[in-house]
Design a protein around this ligand. Structure first.
Ligand code: HEC
Length: 211
């Protein structure tokens, strides 16, 4: 069980470059000590991060609470998403941008206890022979031709509704007031993202659709 602390060993390595694809996330996870908790992975990301936070009432990482929105981090062309509490809180979800309005999908469940295969993020979301679990909401799903080593899918990319977006200033005050005694995991997630040189508001591409 997560004890609420982000260990000193979770800091970014000197000169570390952030991953920009699902494949690079797998390589990074494999270099880090196991068991690896999601807040520790996030704390390993270097430098300023560009992100959007939003309520998410219909996703695999639902958030109905302004204090714990779904957070979308942009490591172009990769977007990953996390949510500090709720049933999706141990998931790192990916949408690696493909063209104007599509993304390659993948997901890693934490804690990670052993080395991941390159195919693991794609195998984790398989629903049946034909579809991934993401296809229920992300329409127009097709096999990703550039991932020959796994059954990988790309589909329409989605962005939050404007009215669901929560400003990073509002979220920053949640980080400051977070009580690690009563809310260890949520606080660790928020601190891992916000305790860094810069957190920059980033809008989604207009070309992404909404649900
Ligand atoms: C129940 C509907 C639903 C399911 C199932 C779902 N999503 Fe989403 N997803 C959304 C919605 C809605 C958005 C827009 C942002 C928001 O409201 O959270 C979104 C946005 C995203 C984004 C942001 C950009 C992009 O590339 O689309 C990613 C990444 C993402 N989802 C990953 C996934 C993955 C991976 C899966 C499958 C494991 C998945 N989603 C399954 C509803 C869903």
């Amino acid at each position: 069980m997560f004890d609420g602390s982000i260990a000193a060993g979770c800091a970014p390595a000197a000169g570390a470059q952030n991953p920009r694809s699902i494949a690079e996330v797998v390589r990074m996870v494999n270099t880090l000590e196991k068991p690896l908790e999601l807040p520790c992975f996030l704390a390993h990301l270097a430098g300023p991060l560009q992100m959007t936070a939003a309520l998410s009432t219909a996703s695999a990482q639902a958030s109905f609470d302004r204090r714990s929105p779904r957070i979308f981090v942009f490591l172009d062309p990769l977007v990953f998403t996390v949510v500090p509490e709720g049933s999706g809180r141990d998931l790192l979800e990916f949408g690696e941008r493909r063209g104007d309005a599509r993304s390659l999908k993948g997901e890693i469940a934490f804690p990670v206890t052993s080395e991941l295969t390159p195919g693991a993020p794609f195998e984790h979301i398989i629903f049946n022979e034909q579809y991934s679990t993401c296809a229920f909401c992300h329409a127009d799903e097709t096999r990703a031709p550039d991932i020959p080593f796994a059954r990988a899918f790309e589909s329409l990319a989605l962005r939050p509704l404007d009215k669901a977006v929560i400003s990073l200033d509002e979220l920053r005050s949640e980080v400051r007031s977070c009580d690690a005694e009563s809310d260890p995991y949520r606080c660790a997630m928020l601190h891992a993202l916000f305790d860094r040189d810069g957190v920059i508001q980033r809008d989604f591409p207009e070309s992404y659709g909404t649900l």
